[in-house]
Design a protein around this ligand. Structure first.
Ligand SMILES: Cc1cc2nc3c(=O)[nH]c(=O)nc-3n(C[C@H](O)[C@H](O)[C@H](O)COP(=O)(O)OP(=O)(O)OC[C@H]3O[C@@H](n4cnc5c(N)ncnc54)[C@H](O)[C@@H]3O)c2cc1C
Length: 302
């Protein structure tokens, strides 16, 4: 065995266009490909790179100009997959719902947020970011690139289609080597928004949890509310059943009703996602209580 065997580096490809990207993945079909966007997740994994165990073809997306494009009109914003979370926050202080801005601000520190791409945020296997959950909550559409022999196709899907119903990332099992190229966020207003996160999602995912809620309000209470709960290493809870529990909550709600809401949601989590840690339960209960208090205040001030 050569003394350098253990130091073998992976090949790094740097396509300049989406067409070149498609060509690269088709040519290397069969070897394990890994996309490199901001690199923040990849580099924080133990033994990823450089590592003798990592014998992969790396495709660095940094030179694909199209992935940095931003287009805006009065109905929506289209944002390339390589745009950083920080740039999205700067772009949208008065056009995006504040839930999205709060989710971005709660992600790592500013320096890292400047590197984290929105594509990487949506497509990290085995890690659910509260930012991707909020994008789903806001009905964000995602354009995906599906490489084909000598060509590629583009397709728009609802953000939730990148995952199974419990938040497991499945895009690559549905379309092999698919890449996210851009997202479209519709400009919209809500009467009520709530976002809270607790714990350290990357360092200690089994203790972290976040809750995001958006809704319209009228004299009768919430109308078409939507709620998403994120457990970074397990997935998310995003379901019409849970939204209906909130829609049917008589407001202002007392402690008993809030406790019932929590119990029902916990039941749903155990049945669909499996067990969560004690501290995640306690944190979620606190967030739901705080969210209902805030809803009560909004209703009383209508
Ligand atoms: C110290 C630290 C703290 C952090 N804290 C948080 C936090 O609190 N909350 C949080 O949400 N995040 C946090 N992150 C960031 C987390 O790494 C990102 O949320 C995101 O997962 C990585 O984005 P990236 O652009 O760096 O992607 P990369 O690390 O380059 O790639 C991540 C994965 O996404 C895939 N991918 C990338 N781009 C695309 C694309 N366009 N299409 C298809 N697949 C793609 C890659 O194949 C890879 O598997 C933290 C990171 C660090 C280093």
């Amino acid at each position: 065995m050569s003394m350098y065997t253990e130091l073998r580096s992976p090949n790094v490809h740097e396509p300049k266009t989406i067409g070149e990207y498609a060509e690269t993945v088709i040519n290397y079909n069969g070897s394990i490909n890994s996309l490199w966007a901001g690199g923040t997740y990849i580099m924080s994994r133990p033994n990823f790179y450089p590592s003798p165990a990592t014998n992969v073809e790396i495709i660095n997306l940094k030179d694909i100009e199209e992935l940095y494009r931003i287009q805006r009109n009065d109905r929506f914003s289209e944002i390339g997959a390589m745009v950083s979370l920080n740039d999205i926050a700067l772009l949208g202080s008065n056009i995006f719902p504040k839930t999205l801005l709060q989710a971005i601000e709660s992600t790592a520190c500013r320096l890292i947020r400047e590197r984290i791409s929105v594509g990487g945020t949506l497509c990290t296997q085995g890690f659910n970011s509260s930012v991707s959950s909020v994008l789903i909550l806001l009905d964000t559409a995602v354009e995906i690139i599906i490489p084909k022999k000598r060509n590629f196709t583009r397709r728009w899907v609802h953000g939730s289609r990148l995952y199974d119903k419990n938040g497991k990332f499945v895009l690559n099992t549905v379309f092999s080597n698919a890449m996210v190229s851009k997202i479209r966020i519709v400009i919209q207003n809500f009467d009520f928004e709530y976002f809270k996160t607790a714990g350290e999602p990357i360092k200690n995912p089994s203790e972290a949890v976040s809750l995001a809620v958006v809704s319209k309000l009228d004299q009768n209470g919430v109308s078409s509310p939507r709620l998403i709960i994120t457990f970074p290493s397990i997935g998310f809870v995003y379901s019409k059943d849970i939204d209906n529990l909130l829609a049917n909550l008589p407001l202002p709600a007392n402690e008993n009703r809030t406790r019932d809401l929590y119990r029902n949601i916990l039941g749903y989590i155990k049945e669909n996602l499996g067990p969560i840690s004690k501290i995640q339960q306690v944190r979620l209960r606190g967030m739901l209580k705080d969210m209902v208090l805030s809803l009560n205040q909004h209703i009383l001030s209508l």
